[in-house]
Design a protein around this ligand. Structure first.
Ligand code: NDP
Length: 428
């Protein structure tokens, strides 16, 4: 999504170039991997309820498929841009590679605000989107999933359209479907829990007792909510949460220095996902400005909302108490800020490692659909923990051995895996 002066694709390429230089990547591999391999941009005419036709613009971008079918969500957002989708498709390639699942990277988007569309209009938009890309997607080519402002219902309409066109049942063609309709148990929790599995491993590696730590979150959506729940279950204390208020279009930070009651905070979110300010104060929250989440005297910062939040400017507000930044969101840190994080010796868990739980569970969903046999939630979460833990440990070990920043170590593992696949296939 667009933010003035910030281009996520430039950020993704800057990070890639930095690591390509460290590992001295061959020029042809570098050229291939620093951009998407295939991009489609198209129009989607939708019959509106009032009888008019509205034309929406959509994208599907595949960054790389050397390790398996492209994998990545579809965003519905009024400020969606081709460059955001490009960046996210690239980050998906590294995410799948770092957790070592046999998938590549892709992403999709439609410029729209689903809040302003009726259910019927949303269904027609989803079906129209699939009609434009039906020949590109599929269980063995490119597997979409939900992302910002899309959900299981959208995925099921898309799958139904795909299966109508292809005249078969291909539940592995789209993930994030509702449970009972090919979806996996544990998918709702997966990203947030994955963030905390990697945080738990970081703290163990740093010899910090999680039960003595405090944290501040940006966001209280799917990722942050489940991350906050698991973190508090493990004994940590959430001091602050910053969230967007849909009613007055501003963000607020909710703070309780004795620790927020996460279940109560969840119970006072309205149907828009906005935390009720009055009820929050009744349960002991102080109300601060939205960007105050970053300035709290805590051990851990968890940006779990938007890209480009930790910038050279906002970094100056980070308290000296902060020991770990665990990136739940995609791209929350501006590339020129990494150097500052390194200098301050703050331990960083990079986004595409920390938030890989979602795509890992999507992969589990595909496996279950292909076998037509579904696992219990406990089985899913146990496999998720094991996958996230081994991915984290591999990155942590490399970072320790070679004295690397965690983002660099994660990128080195991911890029090398993809580069090997590209070379083994004889593409370069
Ligand atoms: P949601 O839309 O569920 O949550 C986003 C949260 O951020 C909401 O609480 C939103 O408030 C809040 N928010 C928006 N703007 C601001 C702001 N300016 N200040 C403070 N809070 C704000 O998204 P997800 O939790 O699914 O995703 C969050 C991030 O994680 C994104 O970067 C996404 O790409 C990434 N991610 C998500 C995955 C998933 O499986 N869900 C997988 C991997 C990455 P409100 O609800 O009021 O709008």
């Amino acid at each position: 999504m667009k933010q003035v002066g910030y281009n996520p694709y430039v950020a993704a390429q800057t990070q890639f170039d930095h690591v390509a230089n460290i590992i001295d990547l061959e020029p042809a591999v570098r050229q291939l991997l620093r951009q998407p391999s295939r991009e489609v941009q198209f129009t989607i005419p939708v019959k509106m309820d009032d009888g008019t036709t509205k034309v929406f613009n959509g994208f599907r971008i595949q960054h790389n498929t050397a390790r398996g079918p492209a994998k990545g969500g579809i965003r519905f957002h009024p400020q969606e841009t081709a460059d955001t989708v490009r960046a996210l498709s690239m980050w998906m390639t590294w995410k799948c590679a770092v957790v070592d699942i046999p998938l590549g990277g892709g992403k999709g988007g439609v410029i729209c605000d689903p809040h302003n569309l009726s259910k019927g209009e949303q269904e027609r938009l989803c079906r129209g989107y699939v009609r434009q890309i039906a020949d590109l997607i599929g269980p063995v080519t490119d597997v979409p999933a939900p992302d910002v402002m899309t959900n299981g219902q959208h995925m099921l309409w898309m799958l139904d359209e795909y299966e109508t066109i292809t005249r078969g049942h291909y539940p592995g063609a789209i993930t994030g479907k509702p449970v009972g309709m090919g979806g996996s148990l544990g998918r709702t929790e997966a990203t947030g829990y994955g963030v905390i599995y990697s945080l738990r491993e970081s703290l163990m590696g740093l010899d910090i007792d999680i039960t003595k730590t405090t944290a501040s979150f940006q966001g209280f959506g799917n990722v942050a909510e489940y991350a906050a729940r698991l973190y508090t279950q493990m004994g940590g204390k959430v001091i602050a949460i910053s969230s967007w208020d849909q009613h007055d279009s501003k963000s607020y930070t909710f703070r309780n220095k004795n620790g927020l009651d996460i279940e109560k905070m969840v119970s006072i979110k309205d149907s828009f996902g906005t935390i009720n300010k009055k009820k929050a104060q009744e349960i002991g929250c102080e109300l601060l400005k939205g960007d105050e989440w970053i300035a709290q005297d805590v051990d851990i910062l968890l940006p779990c909302a938007l890209e480009n939040q930790i910038t050279v400017d906002s970094f100056t507000k980070i308290s000296k108490t902060v020991k770990v930044i665990c990136e739940g969101a995609n791209g929350p840190t501006a590339p020129d800020c990494d150097i500052l994080i390194k200098e301050r010796n703050i331990f960083l868990v990079p986004d595409f490692l920390a938030n890989a739980g979602g795509v890992t569970c999507s992969y589990f969903e595909q496996v279950q659909c292909n076998n037509n046999y579904f696992w219990t939630k406990e089985e899913v979460l146990e496999k998720l923990d094991s996958k996230m833990t081994s991915a984290f440990q591999a990155v942590f070990k490399l970072a320790r051995e070679k004295k690397l920043y965690m983002r660099e170590a994660a990128y080195i593992i991911a890029i090398n895996r993809v580069a090997d696949a590209v070379k083994l296939r004889g593409w370069v």
